[in-house]
Write a protein that binds this ligand. Structure first.
Ligand code: MLT
Length: 261
C-alpha cells in the first residue's frame, strides 16, 4: 500500500488485527528486513511496516532527511490509518527514530521496542565517518555500501549463511543513494536521547544480539537501567540483525512483551 504523507509517497505493509505495532527498519534497509516478524506477529497484532522515505518502494525526495522528518512521517502514517496509539518498534536507526518519535509524539506511543539500537548521539569521529560513507555511496553506489555494511550487520556465523547474506545485500542494493545519504545526514545530526530515557513511562522491551558490534549489548544495558521498568532480552548467536539471524527467539521475546506469548 502507498499513501501520500508530508508530500512524499510512502509505501507500507499492514497485516493482522489487534494492538497496532509499527516496525521501523534500520540503515540502509527497507521493510523486507521485518519479513519474519510481519509473518509471525501479524497473527495477534496489527503490524504496520513502512519503507521510510528514501527506501524500498517509498519515494526518495531530494531532501530533507532528519529524525524530525522521519518521526513526522510515522505520525502522518498513524493519522492516515486512524491509529491513536501504537507500540513503536525500531531497529538500529529505526530505534533512533522511535526514541525521537517518543520525544515528539509520546502521547501516540503505547509501548516501545528498541532492537539493536542505542541512545547516544554520534561522536565527532562518527559524524566524519558518516560523511565519508555518503561520499562513498555517491561515488561507488549502493553495492559498495552493502560490502561495507554486511560484516557489521551480521555475526561471523550469519555471514556464512549465503541466503541471509543475499537477502540483506538485495535490500541494501535496492536503496537509492539519496536515501543512503539522507539517513547518514539524519543519523549524524540526531540528538542525544540519553536524557530522554528517564522520562519514558511506557512499557519498554530492549532486544539485542549477543554479538552486536555496531550497537553493543552495553548500550542496551544502559537503556534498560535508565528506562523505568524496561525489560531486556539478549539474543544468543546473533549479531546486529538479531531479528533476521534468530527470528524465532526475537519473535518469542516480542510476543512475550506484547502479552501474546
Ligand atoms: C543501522 O543499522 O540502522 C545503522 O547502521 C546504525 C548506525 O549506523 O548508527
Amino acid at each position: 500500500m502507498k499513501a501520500e504523507l508530508n508530500g512524499v509517497q510512502i509505501a507500507y505493509e499492514e497485516r493482522g488485527k489487534g494492538t497496532p505495532l509499527v516496525l521501523l527498519h534500520g540503515f540502509p534497509l527497507h521493510r523486507a528486513m521485518w519479513e519474519p516478524q510481519i509473518a509471525a506477529l501479524s497473527g495477534s497484532s496489527r503490524v504496520i511496516a513502512p519503507d521510510l522515505r528514501g527506501h524500498g518502494e517509498s519515494e526518495a525526495p531530494p531532501w530533507i532527511y532528519s529524525m524530525d522528518i522521519y518521526a513526522d512521517d510515522v505520525r502522518a502514517l498513524l493519522d492516515h490509518l486512524a491509529i491513536d496509539k501504537a507500540v513503536i518498534c525500531g531497529f538500529s536507526m529505526g530505534g533512533y527514530i522511535a526514541l525521537h518519535f517518543y520525544r515528539k509524539y509520546g502521547n501516540r506511543v503505547s509501548g516501545l521496542l528498541l532492537a539493536d539500537t542505542r541512545p547516544q548521539p554520534d561522536t565527532p569521529e562518527g559524524k566524519t565517518g558518516r560523511f565519508n560513507t555518503a561520499k562513498k555511496a555517491e561515488k561507488e553506489g549502493a553495492g559498495a555500501i552493502a560490502d561495507m555494511m554486511i560484516p557489521k550487520l551480521l555475526s561471523a556465523e550469519g555471514q556464512k549463511r549465503s541466503e541471509l547474506v543475499q537477502k540483506v545485500r538485495k535490500i541494501i542494493e535496492s536503496t537509492p543513494v539519496r536515501g543512503i545519504c539522507g539517513d547518514l545526514a539524519a543519523m549524524a545530526e540526531r540528538s542525544d536521547s540519553v536524557p530522554l530515557l528517564s522520562e519514558i513511562s511506557v512499557p519498554t522491551l530492549i532486544v539485542v544480539g549477543e554479538q552486536d558490534g555496531l550497537t553493543p549489548p552495553a548500550d542496551s544495558k544502559l537503556m534498560a537501567e535508565k528506562i523505568r521498568g524496561a525489560k531486556m532480552e539478549m539474543i544468543p548467536e546473533a549479531g546486529h540483525m538479531s531479528n533476521l539471524e534468530q527470528p524465532e527467539r526475537f519473535n518469542k521475546a516480542v510476543e512475550g512483551f506484547l502479552g501474546k506469548g
